[in-house]
Each structure stands twice: as structure tokens, then as C-alpha cells.
Design a protein around this ligand. Structure first.
Ligand code: G3P
Ligand code: CA
Length: 285
């Protein structure tokens, strides 16, 4: 009898501990809104540490975290069976062996099921050392990045509800940033998860009309194309009360100039080099 009670207690404590673990982890996880509001420029690794390891793969994400990136950006699309998979292009050809494996060209990721996508090699195109690297799912990519940084999730294809559900299931809705060029998608996210930190991506000229559209999305960050970013456009974004991030900036001198013009975040394929340049410019002041 006593043994039964003791086993029950041990089991109860074990269940309690198991249930508590995610809550304790959540309590310690940095909040995305704090990171976004951090004073000083954020260095954001574009598609992971993508000059060091194949873009949008786990080795690239781990390397970016080790390089000290404040956020690590990735892109995702839904597979044919609705699973968010991390990948940039519409077609699988450039960074996988899809054509070699299945024949044909311009094979669209969204036409393949997860089980098919898992057969692909997404590392060999970058270097022999990365042969056998798989296309990661969004959930496992987030796990790799949140182990030391914050995920900047860029949606390329897929509905808002699936992404929000994934983040809620992982108890990470407050700990990541979601961005998109599709501002309707952002509005959908904002409707179902008002607490989610959102970034509106834009390209070409910054206009008052475009910024009026952004204002309807719930975004608090605007990520604009470097070519069209000037001190004046950064000021326009700040005047609306938003943070101004710039993509994709690989020239350290340009990154320094943007930071001096007030940019709050630099999205770069060279996070370590850009951080070094920005920090040494700040130290020289
Ligand atoms: O983070 C913004 C940037 O990634 C947008 O361009 O084409 O690299 O997804 P793209
Ligand atoms: Ca992207």
C-alpha cells in the first residue's frame, strides 16, 4: 500500500516536473518585443549564417547563433501536405538535388509532400562538407535558433493560422518575430494573435501610401530594401513609431552608414563581419 502511495507520489512529482519544464523555459526565453526595442542596432543573420553554411539549413542556423546574431532570419513555405518547411525559392532547383533526383526543372516546393522533401540534399550545392544536409521543417529550425537567439520567420507561402498554431503549441508566440511582404498575411496574423511581433517587408520606393497600408497590419517593424533606404526613409518609418530594419546589407561600411542614419536592424549574410564593423565604429565615437 505504502509502496503504491510512494510510487504515485513519485509519478505525480515527475508529471508535475515534466509539465513545469516548458513553463520555466518560457519564463527565461527572451521576449521578441524586448529584443526589437533594444537600444542599439540589431544584427540579423539572413537565412542563417549563409556565407558559412548552406542557407536556411540547421548548420546555418547553429552557426548564426554561435556568431552572436541578435535574430536569425529564415524563410518558409508549406509543403503539398501543409507542413511549413524552411526554404527560400519557389523552385527547388538552385539549392537542392531535386532535378537530379526526380528529373525535370523548376520543380515547385509546394507540389511536394514533406516525405518527398525529406529525401532531398540541401547542402551539397554549397560544399562537399555539407553533403546530406536536409531541408529543415519550420518547427525544428525554430528550436535550433531559439537555443541562443530569436527567430525572424519570413513567410513565403502558407496561411497565418498554421504558423500561429505552431507558435502557440511551442509556447513561443511572444518569443519570435514574423515578417512578410504579403501585408494581408500580417493582418491575418495580427487578428488571431495580436501579441505576435510583426515586421512588414517592403521594396522599391518608400511612399506615404505604402506606410499607410503597413499601419493597417499591426506591424511594429518595417524591413526595407537597402537600395531604396536613405536617412529620410528611416526617418519616415520612425515618424510612424516603428523600427526600421534594412535588408540585405553585406558591405560592412554600408551597414555602419545605415546605423549612423538611425537603422535599428541590419539583415545580413555576414553577421560576424557586420557586427565587428558596427561595434568598432561605435567604439571610435
Ligand atoms: O529579411 C528580408 C529579406 O530576406 C527579404 O528578401 O528574398 O531574401 O527573402 P529575401
Ligand atoms: Ca527572407
Amino acid at each position: 500500500m505504502l509502496r503504491t502511495i510512494a510510487s504515485g507520489l513519485i509519478l505525480g512529482v515527475a508529471i508535475l516536473a515534466a509539465n513545469e519544464r516548458p513553463l520555466l523555459a518560457d519564463a527565461k526565453a527572451p521576449l521578441a518585443r524586448d529584443r526589437v526595442n533594444h537600444h542599439g542596432p540589431l544584427i540579423i543573420a539572413h537565412r542563417g549564417d549563409s556565407k558559412v553554411a548552406p542557407e536556411n539549413t540547421l548548420p546555418a542556423f547553429i552557426s548564426a547563433v554561435q556568431a552572436g546574431a541578435d535574430l536569425v532570419e529564415l524563410d518558409y513555405l508549406h509543403s503539398a501536405d501543409g507542413v511549413p518547411v524552411v526554404f527560400h525559392d519557389k523552385h527547388l532547383d538552385r539549392t537542392t538535388n531535386a532535378s537530379k533526383l526526380w528529373g525535370g526543372e523548376k520543380i515547385e516546393l509546394t507540389t511536394k509532400k514533406l516525405a518527398e522533401l525529406e529525401q532531398l540534399d540541401a547542402g551539397l550545392w554549397f560544399g562537399e562538407k555539407f553533403k546530406g544536409t536536409k531541408l529543415p521543417r519550420l518547427d525544428e529550425s525554430i528550436d535550433a535558433i531559439q537555443n541562443g537567439s530569436i527567430t525572424l520567420i519570413e513567410r513565403k507561402h502558407g496561411d497565418a493560422a498554421t504558423c500561429v498554431k505552431l507558435l502557440r503549441d511551442k509556447k513561443l508566440i511572444d518569443n519570435v518575430v514574423v515578417q512578410a511582404f504579403d501585408w494581408d498575411y500580417l493582418s491575418d496574423c495580427h487578428k488571431i494573435a495580436p501579441e505576435l511581433v510583426l515586421g512588414a517587408l517592403g521594396h522599391e520606393e518608400v511612399t506615404a501610401d505604402k506606410l499607410d497600408q503597413v499601419a493597417k497590419t499591426g506591424a511594429t517593424v518595417v524591413g526595407w530594401e537597402d537600395k531604396y533606404t536613405t536617412p529620410e526613409t528611416i526617418r519616415q518609418i520612425h515618424d510612424r513609431g516603428w523600427k526600421a530594419w534594412v535588408w540585405t546589407v553585406d558591405d560592412p561600411a554600408r551597414a555602419v552608414a545605415l546605423v549612423q542614419a538611425g537603422a535599428d536592424g541590419i539583415i545580413t549574410n555576414r553577421p560576424a563581419d557586420v557586427r565587428r564593423a558596427v561595434e568598432s565604429a561605435q567604439a571610435a565615437k
